[in-house]
Write a protein that binds this ligand. Structure first.
Ligand code: ZN
Length: 175
């Protein structure tokens, strides 16, 4: 018999079964590492020169499967490219993610918060459907995944509200 979660937080640390996925909707920041400088072609017309180093991409997942499905897709090999970030993931490695399970969409607010702190990525990247200039940010080199937690204050969250997931947890959908 499957035990029902008493609260969202109680689910953390478990492998999320299909039946629970819908309750894990929310906003995320995907952390990536680009080993060498590239000329990236993204979407239909986008092209940009990206320095080697660490990048943050802000998005949200409110479709079927929610956050575990979306982030799991990024962490595993993407078969068919759909989003701009898929084009970047063809050359960059996923390091992990920060995720907030919440029914409200925060991606543009978070992009705004990251803009005050980090160098913005190429214009239009991940922001075809909003007014932001970009949803990608270059944060330099030598970042560790755990450091994402320090951003929670800037994002308007408490660190206990957000979840930091490493690449293995993302791959296996352990939330
Ligand atoms: Zn936006």
């Amino acid at each position: 018999m499957q035990e029902k979660p008493k609260s969202r937080n109680r689910c953390f640390g478990r492998n999320v079964g299909e039946g629970l996925l819908l309750s894990y909707r929310g906003t995320y920041i995907l952390m990536m590492n680009l080993i060498e400088k590239v000329e990236l072609h993204f979407g239909k017309k986008g092209v940009a020169c990206l320095e080697a180093g660490n990048y943050l991409y802000v998005g949200s997942a409110f479709g079927p499967g929610g956050l575990p499905s979306r982030l799991g897709r990024y962490a595993n090999s993407i078969v068919k490219r759909h989003w701009h970030v898929d084009d970047l993931l063809a050359v960059a490695d996923v390091m992990g993610a920060l995720a907030l399970v919440d029914n409200q969409r925060y991606e543009c607010n978070w992009a705004h918060a990251l803009r005050t702190r980090f160098q913005e990525g190429p214009s239009g990247f991940g922001s075809s459907d909003c007014k932001c200039s970009s949803h990608l940010f270059y944060i330099g080199v030598k970042w560790h995944l755990e450091q994402l937690e320090f951003l929670s204050h800037d994002l308007g969250c408490e660190s206990k509200q957000v979840r930091i997931l490493n690449v293995q947890q993302l791959k296996e959908r352990i939330w």
